[in-house]
Design a binder for this molecule. Structure first.
Ligand code: TYD
Length: 206
C-alpha cells in the first residue's frame, strides 16, 4: 500500500507553511517544500528566490521543474512507495499558477513540463488556502524575495489562477478560506483531509 501525497498551495503569506507542517505532524508524514527539499533543490531555490539575479521566465519555469523532478525522485516517490504519507508545501500547481497564469507562459506547456518533471506523479489531494491579496500583503514582514517583490496585479493573477485550477481540474482539490482565525482554518483543513482521504485526525489543539 502506498501512502497519501498531500500538497498545500496558496499565495505568499497565506499561512500554508504553518498548516502543511501541522498536518504533517498530525498524520506522521514526511514534510517537504518547493522549490527545495533536496540538496540540489535547495541550491536551485536560492537562485530562484534571489531577487537580484535576473531570470527569464522560461529559465524560471525550467529551474522550478528541475527542483521538482529531483524532489519526486529522491524523496516523494520512495516514501510513498514505502507506505508513508508525504506533505509538500507547494507542488506542481504553483508552477501552473505562478509561471503560467501570472507571468503569462502558456499554461498547458507549463503543466506539460511539470508532468514531465514528476514523471506523472500528482497529489492525492491539493489543499488551497485562499486569502484575499490585500490581507496577505498586510501579513508580510520580512525582506521580499523575487515573487514577493511582484505587483498587486501579479498576486491577483496568482489568486485567480488557483481558483480557476481548483474549479477546472479533475484532480482532487479542497479550497479553504484562509482569512479566518488559525483555529477555524485548521478545523476546515482537518475536515477536508478526513472527508477526502479517510485519514483519522484527532483534535489539533491549535
Ligand atoms: P517561499 O518562501 O516558499 O514562499 P511561500 O512561503 O509563499 O511558499 O517561496 C516560494 C516562492 O516560489 C513563492 O513565491 C512561489 C514561487 N514558486 C513559483 O513561482 N513556482 C513554483 O513552481 C514554486 C514551487 C514556487
Amino acid at each position: 500500500m502506498t501512502g497519501y501525497f498531500i500538497a498545500f498551495e496558496g499565495g505568499d503569506a497565506s499561512g500554508k507553511t504553518t498548516q502543511a507542517r501541522r498536518i504533517s505532524e498530525l498524520i506522521g508524514a514526511i514534510f517537504t517544500r518547493e522549490p527545495g527539499g533536496t540538496d540540489a533543490g535547495e541550491s536551485l531555490r536560492e537562485l530562484l528566490l534571489d531577487a537580484k539575479t535576473p531570470l527569464a521566465f522560461r529559465t524560471e519555469a525550467l529551474l522550478m521543474a528541475a527542483s521538482r523532478a529531483q524532489l519526486v525522485e529522491e524523496i516523494i516517490r520512495p516514501n510513498l512507495e514505502q507506505g508513508l504519507h508525504v506533505v509538500s508545501d507547494r507542488f506542481l500547481a504553483s508552477s501552473i499558477v505562478y509561471q503560467g497564469f501570472a507571468t503569462g507562459l502558456p499554461v498547458n506547456e507549463v503543466r506539460g513540463l511539470s508532468v514531465f518533471a514528476t514523471n506523472g506523479l500528482l497529489p492525492d489531494l491539493t489543499i488551497l488556502i485562499d486569502v484575499p491579496v490585500a490581507e496577505s500583503m498586510r501579513r508580510r514582514t520580512d525582506t521580499p524575495d523575487r515573487f514577493e517583490s511582484e505587483t498587486v496585479e501579479f498576486h491577483e493573477k496568482v489568486r485567480q489562477g488557483y481558483l480557476t485550477l481548483a474549479e477546472n481540474t479533475s484532480d482532487e482539490w479542497a479550497v479553504i478560506d484562509g482569512s479566518g482565525s488559525l483555529k477555524h482554518v485548521s478545523e476546515a483543513i482537518d475536515e477536508a483531509i478526513r472527508d477526502r482521504l479517510g485519514l483519522s485526525i484527532g483534535s489539533t489543539g491549535s
